[in-house]
Design a protein around this ligand. Structure first.
Ligand code: GDR
Length: 341
C-alpha cells in the first residue's frame, strides 16, 4: 500500500520541495489549496502528480471533512502567514492562520485520525535571545513579533496534543531556509532579483531595511528532508534545523554583489554608523544604488539567529549540505537562467 501524505501550504517553497521528495518515495501526495482569484501562484507544483483539495486552515469543516475522509499517514502543516514584517500589520489574521489554523488541524486529527503522524512548521523566530549565541532545543523561547507569538502558541499546542492525547506531532524549529523558489518579499530573494535586474539595466534602485540583522540561512531543499525524517521516528519530538552559521543581511548583499562581479560603496551620514545607501557599480560604471530606508524596518526585529542542529544530526542523521555561498550561487544561477529564457 502506498503511504498517503497531506501537505498544507502546497503552493509554497517548502511544500513544493517536500511534494517532490515524497513523490520520489512513492507517496500518494495530497495538498490543501486556498481558493484564489489568481492561478499563477501554482508554478512550483504545476505538473506534479498530486491531488489538490480546496480548503483553508481557518475553516475547520474543510479539514474535518478531508482528514476524516482520507486517512492520511502523514500530515505536514506548512501553510501559514509566513511574513514576519507583515504580521505587525495583520496580527489578527496571523493568529487566525498560524494558531487557530493549527488548533483546527490538531482537533481534526484528534477526532478523525489520531494515528496520523503530524509535522508542524515551528520557527527560529521563537528564539529572539538578547545575547548572540548558537541555540539548541533546550533554550527558552522569546518572541518579538505577532508572527513569532502565533507560532509559539501553535508550538505549545502541539506539545499539549502530544502529551494529552498521544498524537504523533513533531515540530521542526527551522531557521531561515531559502531557494530559487523563495517568495520575492523575503530579503534573500529580494536582493538576488533586484541586483540582477540592476545589472541588466532594468532598475536603478531598490530599498532594504535592517541590514545588520543576522540570520542562519540554509537551503530549503535540504530542510524538507529533515521534515520527512522527523515523521519516520517512532517517537515524536522537536528538532532545530539550521546550519550553525550566522551572516548579516549586509553580508548577503555583499556576497551577491561579489558573485555577480559588482562592486559596492557605502555612503554614511556624518557621525552615523548605519549607511544611507550603497552605490553599485559594474566594471567601474555606476549602475544604481540600494537605499537603506528606516521605514522598511520592523517595529521590533530579531537581531541574531544561529541554530545548533546536533540533535537532528544525532537522532535523524540529518545535516545541511548547502551552505551560505553555495546557497547564493544557486539562487543567482536560477534567476540568471530565468532571465535568459
Ligand atoms: P525572516 O525573513 O523575517 O527572518 O523570516 P526575511 O527574509 O523576511 O527577513 C530577514 C531579515 O532581513 C531584514 N530585512 C528585510 N526583510 C525583508 N523581508 N525585506 C527587506 O527589504 C529587508 N531589509 C532587511 C529583516 O528585518 C530580517 O531581519 C523567515 C520567514 O520565512 C519566516 O516565515 C520563518 O519562520 C523564518 O524565516 C525562519
Amino acid at each position: 500500500m502506498k503511504k498517503t501524505a497531506f501537505l498544507t501550504g502546497i503552493t509554497g517553497q517548502d511544500a513544493s520541495y517536500l511534494a517532490e521528495l515524497l513523490l520520489s518515495k512513492d507517496y500518494d501526495v495530497h495538498g490543501l489549496i486556498r481558493r484564489s482569484s489568481s492561478m499563477c501562484n501554482r508554478k512550483w507544483i504545476d505538473g506534479l502528480d498530486i491531488t489538490l483539495h480546496y480548503g483553508d486552515l481557518t475553516d475547520s469543516h474543510s479539514l474535518d471533512y478531508l482528514i476524516g475522509d482520507i486517512q492520511f499517514d502523514e500530515i505536514y502543516n506548512l501553510g501559514s502567514m509566513s511574513h514576519v514584517g507583515i504580521s505587525f500589520e495583520l496580527p489578527v489574521y496571523t493568529f487566525q492562520v498560524n494558531t487557530i489554523g493549527v488548533l483546527n488541524l490538531l482537533e481534526s486529527c484528534r477526532k478523525f485520525n489520531n494515528q496520523a503522524r503530524i509535522y508542524q512548521a515551528s520557527t527560529s523566530e521563537m528564539l529572539a535571545l538578547p545575547i548572540h549565541k548558537s541555540v539548541n532545543e533546550e533554550e527558552s523561547f522569546i518572541v518579538h513579533s505577532p508572527y513569532a507569538c502565533s507560532k509559539l502558541a501553535a508550538h505549545e499546542l502541539c506539545k499539549i496534543y502530544r502529551e494529552a492525547y498521544g498524537l504523533h506531532v513533531s515540530c521542526g524549529i527551522l531557521f531561515n531556509h531559502e531557494s530559487e523558489r523563495r517568495g520575492d518579499n523575503f530579503v534573500t530573494q529580494k536582493i538576488v532579483k533586484n541586483l540582477i535586474r540592476m545589472k541588466r539595466g532594468l532598475i536603478q534602485s531598490f530599498e532594504l531595511g535592517n541590514i545588520d540583522a543576522k540570520r542562519d540561512w540554509g537551503y530549503a531543499k535540504d530542510y524538507v528532508e529533515a521534515m520527512w525524517l522527523m515523521l519516520q521516528q517512532e517517537k515524536p519530538d522537536d528538532y532545530i534545523i539550521a546550519t550553525n552559521e550566522s551572516h548579516s543581511v549586509r553580508e548577503f548583499l555583499q556576497e551577491c554583489c561579489y558573485q555577480l562581479e559588482l562592486t559596492t560603496k557605502y555612503i554614511y551620514e556624518i557621525d552615523k554608523t548605519e549607511p544611507l545607501t550603497c552605490i553599485i557599480s559594474d566594471k567601474n560604471k555606476i549602475i544604481g544604488h540600494v537605499i537603506f530606508n528606516p521605514n522598511n524596518k520592523r517595529p521590533w526585529d530579531v537581531q541574531y539567529l544561529k541554530g545548533d542542529y546536533s540533535k537532528a544530526k544525532r537522532i535523524l542523521g540529518w545535516e545541511p549540505i548547502v551552505r551560505f555561498k553555495e546557497l547564493i550561487r544557486i539562487m543567482i544561477e536560477a534567476e540568471l537562467e530565468m532571465h535568459e529564457k
